[in-house]
Write a protein that binds this ligand. Structure first.
Ligand code: C2G
Length: 129
């Protein structure tokens, strides 16, 4: 069984997130998603609207997602890849190059982002109402 893992905040879940997760399910037969906790998002300097437990529940409800785990640190990727016997680490190409150090543990894939949608833009469009 080929295991794929990705990491992210997945705030205000949108089509860009869904397309990414669907791409992962095409690459392997087990998809693990590490959802950033509220505390880790503070570390990332990222403000979220939706709390962790709801973001994790939504991601976990996606058909092609087999397991959701909390993302609590930058360092955990190395241990996660070993713990879950991961074959592929994949993430959007806004992170291109950032995780090449994982190549000694598994395949590293950067996927094109979906155009014209982001949580930041969604938040901005909400302020217009
Ligand atoms: N994404 C995408 N297209 C978009 C928006 C997001 O493909 N229009 C992808 C991102 O590239 C990422 C995933 O969806 O792979 C989740 O996006 P974010 O929640 O913004 O993830 P981020 O905060 O960048 O967290 O350790 C890694 C970090 O936790 C990644």
């Amino acid at each position: 069984a080929k295991t794929v893992i990705t990491y992210g905040t997945f705030d205000m879940f949108h089509i860009g997130h869904l397309k990414l997760l669907r791409r992962l399910s095409e690459m392997g037969d087990r998809v693990i998603v590490a959802v950033s906790t509220d505390e880790f998002n503070e570390l990332k300097g990222k403000k979220t609207l939706i709390p962790y437990d709801q973001r994790a529940a939504i991601v976990g409800a996606i058909d092609c997602v087999d397991l959701v785990i909390p993302e609590e640190s930058w360092e955990q990727k190395v241990t996660d890849i070993q713990k879950y016997d991961v074959d592929i680490f994949a993430i959007g190409n806004d992170w291109k190059g950032e995780f090449d150090f994982l190549e000694k543990l598994c395949e590293v894939v950067y996927l094109p982002r979906t155009k014209n949608i982001s949580t930041t833009d969604l938040k901005k469009s909400l302020t217009r109402f």
